[in-house]
Design a protein around this ligand. Structure first.
Ligand code: ASP
Length: 438
């Protein structure tokens, strides 16, 4: 049995958290491959080491002295080491790093958060340390070179049957350090799980898995015990963030389950993410509800739109030219809506409208701001007659005006577009109908 165990920043924020990690590793001999994030926040007032390293880099860029920031980073690491009674000589490496900061690439500098945290974790667990730069190979376009990574791992496994590996970074074909996007240690864990053909990928964080809804919006929502990758994708795209979105792909292909677990409450079952879930006893139609604000729409009308072949393509080509992804396209007979994220269009809105007018010659274009989308997600919704009826009845009874509605053919997500000011009310109405008053 092989388990990949990945610990997020809050799980390694200080010496006390390191001790919890050790207890978790020692409780199960199959936890032999450990991926570690950079020390993060143990409480609200803490700083993430990665943020501080980015800040150091910004200081260098603007020719401002970075030593004050670096001293905070140094102290965080040395405090953890000293409190754990480790004998690692970190001072030499930290001094060396301090001196070399002005000449380092931003990627190399910020990767040191994971590097030092993992060095200490390896020493504390008495596991070998393996540098991610020697294992995880990242192509120049940011994709993972799985063949080379696989080969490197095979080589390392000849000598090691366990190790600690820093998350978040790897190396480019030219050998330089390259980091992933923020939260990328989740991806490192997933790559390792795939390459080592793990039975389970445990992702330890500071929450006991996913909740059915945002606890800031509904009171005490229950946890989600099991969720499919497809459902998770729908929920995380809309903002339910516990796991990095890209962490799903490597393990999904290999059909390896991910278990989201809580370092502070290791006894909790957390959430299991799987490709397919056998029909379970629990007969809940929905798995989760989430909402996201910050959308807007261009609502375009043209008489006899269905006969004007190429109309949609001409409009879409304008968005493509500006590098803007159109997220949804609800249509009427003679109209079409282009739903996009407001942050991507607000600097070029008038240019886009002008070009659409020129290229597609519509009769009218209206800009509709301040939209929110509510996603109600559940594998059990598919083929269950009455689900959307119940959902829209709940919204109607709560006086929420539905501006658009979208359901794809897989029937696992019903999206409704509402005014931003109605989002929380809408989520509560759906939650009450499907979960609370069921
Ligand atoms: N330390 C990096 C970040 O803060 C990567 C990670 O924690 O997964 O984004």
């Amino acid at each position: 049995m092989i388990k990949i165990t990945k610990f997020g920043g809050s799980s390694v924020a200080n010496a006390e958290q390191f001790r919890k990690v050790k207890a978790i590793i020692e409780a199960d001999p199959s936890r032999r491959f450990v991926v570690v994030s950079a020390a993060g926040k143990a409480c609200k007032e803490d700083n993430k080491i990665t943020d501080l390293l980015y800040l150091c880099h910004a200081h260098v860029q603007y020719h401002v002295d970075y030593h004050g920031i670096f001293d905070i980073i140094r102290k965080r690491f040395l405090d953890i080491r000293d409190e754990l009674g480790l004998s690692l000589d970190l001072e030499k490496e930290l001094d060396e790093l301090d001196r070399s900061i002005p000449g380092l690439s931003v990627d190399e500098l910020v990767s040191r958060g994971e590097y030092f945290t993992s060095l200490m974790m390896a020493d504390f667990l008495h596991f070998p340390f393996v540098d991610a730069a020697d294992v995880i190979k990242i192509n120049f376009d940011g994709s993972i070179d799985f063949d080379s990574t696989d080969e490197n791992l095979k080589f390392i496994m000849k000598d090691h049957d366990r190790f600690v590996l820093p998350g978040f970074y790897g190396s480019s074909p030219d050998g330089s350090i390259k980091v992933m996007s923020r939260g990328g240690s989740d991806i490192t864990g997933s790559i390792l799980a795939k390459c080592l053909k793990a039975d389970l990928y445990e992702n330890w964080t500071d929450v006991s898995g996913f909740l059915m809804a945002d606890p800031r919006i509904v009171k005490d929502p229950p946890g989600i015990e099991m969720i499919t990758y497809a459902e998770l994708r729908e929920l995380s795209y809309m903002g339910a963030s516990v796991l990095h979105e890209d962490a799903v792909f490597p393990v999904k292909e290999a059909n390896i389950p991910i278990n989201i677990l809580n370092t502070n409450h290791p006894e909790d079952k957390g959430t299991i993410i799987l490709d397919t879930i056998p029909p379970e006893a629990r007969d809940m139609a929905i798995t989760g509800i989430t909402g996201k604000k910050g959308f807007c729409a261009l609502y375009i009308t043209k008489r006899h739109m269905p006969e004007s072949v190429g109309f949609c393509r001409r409009i879409l080509s304008v968005f493509e030219k500006y590098g803007i992804s159109v997220e949804h396209l609800p249509t009427g007979i003679d109209s079409i809506g282009m739903i996009v994220q407001e942050k991507y269009v607000h600097n070029c809105l008038y240019d886009i409208i002008a070009e659409i007018k020129e290229k597609a010659e519509p009769d009218d274009i209206k800009y509709i701001p301040n939209l929110a989308l509510i996603a109600t997600v559940g594998r059990n919704m598919s083929n269950r007659i009455g689900t959307s009826g119940k959902l829209f009845t709940a919204l109607g009874k709560s006086d929420v005006n539905v501006r658009i509605m979208i359901q794809a053919f897989n029937e696992i997500n019903i999206l409704v577009g509402v005014d931003e000011s109605d989002m929380e009310k809408g989520i509560r109405a759906i939650y009450d109908a499907f979960v609370k008053d069921r």
